[in-house]
Design a protein around this ligand. Structure first.
Ligand SMILES: O=P(O)(O)O[C@H]1[C@H](O)[C@@H](O)[C@@H](O)[C@@H](O)[C@@H]1O
Ligand SMILES: [Mg+2]
Length: 284
């Protein structure tokens, strides 16, 4: 029988995501010592770092040192390169929704994706406070736990819910564009604007049909890589915010249930620059 390519890695990723989610749930007050990264509102905790070490350590133990590459949010924050090559690569956000985690806002996700030859083979998003395991393998459909999920069939923008996030950049010119975009979309009018505070969860909400679209400028590859597979396998569409092809490393993305909704949203998005994830690291 033909080898079921990457199934071993997929099954192991699901198990590791569930284990990581349990660590997050059990990480009480003791670990939520908050530090900051790119800004005073870009939070990181000991849990983010510990969970990423657990995930990467488990993957290396299972699949060997040096066989796979890793792009992890907290490793990159410490100076590891963020370059996607043709090699089998794990793309990991150990705690997506860190601000939520710190505040006890109930949406926190472990996001693990796997790419080979720069193509995303599978994605796993474990919403650990809801205990929902979203997962998808390329060409094999999308699931929440054991249930098949598909995007919404809504085509009319005026019957949609749209998710957008304001991210962690508080510079006035970017905030102005973010809220001007939100205002234009809200006043189409759409049924509502929402945001869970975690991009990975937002993409799963598109994939299971709870909302029609989620877009954001400023996210990173680790926030959206797993969700991208899940949205696509649920029948959704992924585009750049200018309507061009989806670019995982560009730090901008539109995910939607169909092109009609995506195109209508794209018309309203006021684009602002975000340095690519794979931009050369500026020598200090
Ligand atoms: O919690 P993170 O892993 O930092 O990612 C969040 C980000 O912090 C938040 O500002 C939003 O952009 C969310 O979409 C990200 O998932
Ligand atoms: Mg994240």
């Amino acid at each position: 029988m033909a080898e079921d390519l990457w199934k071993k890695e997929y099954d192991f990723a699901v198990a590791v995501a569930r284990k990581a989610g349990a660590v997050i749930r059990e990480a009480g007050e003791k670990e939520i010592k908050v530090c900051t990264k790119s800004s005073t509102v870009d939070l990181v905790t000991k849990t983010d770092e510990r969970v990423e070490k657990i995930i990467i350590g488990s993957l290396k133990e299972e699949f060997g040192e040096g066989t796979h590459c890793f792009i992890g949010e907290e490793s990159v924050a410490k100076g590891e390169p963020c370059i996607l090559t043709d090699k089998p690569t794990w793309i990991i956000d150990p705690v997506d929704g860190t601000t939520n985690f710190v505040h006890g806002f109930p949406f926190v996700a472990v996001s693990i994706a796997f790419a080979v030859n720069k193509e995303l083979e599978f994605g796993v998003v474990y919403s650990c406070l809801e205990d929902k395991m979203y997962k998808a393998r390329r060409g094999k459909g999308a699931f929440c736990d054991d249930d098949r999920i598909t995007v919404s069939d809504v085509e009319e923008i005026k019957k949609s819910i749209i998710i957008s996030e304001h991210g962690t950049d508080r510079s006035p010119e970017k905030v102005k564009k973010i809220f001007s975009t939100m205002q234009k979309i809200l006043c189409i009018p759409v049924h509502g604007l929402r945001g869970s505070g975690t991009a990975a969860t937002n993409m799963c909400l598109v994939a299971c049909g709870a909302v029609e679209a989620f877009f954001e400028i400023g996210i990173h590859c680790w926030d959206i890589a797993a969700g991208a597979v899940i949205v696509k396998e649920a029948g959704g569409i992924l585009l750049d915010v200018d309507g061009g092809p989806f670019d995982l490393m560009s730090r901008r993305m539109v995910s939607a249930n169909n092109k009609k909704i995506a195109d209508r949203i794209i018309k309203e998005i006021e684009i602002f620059p975000a340095e690519r994830d794979d931009a050369p690291i500026q020598k200090k």
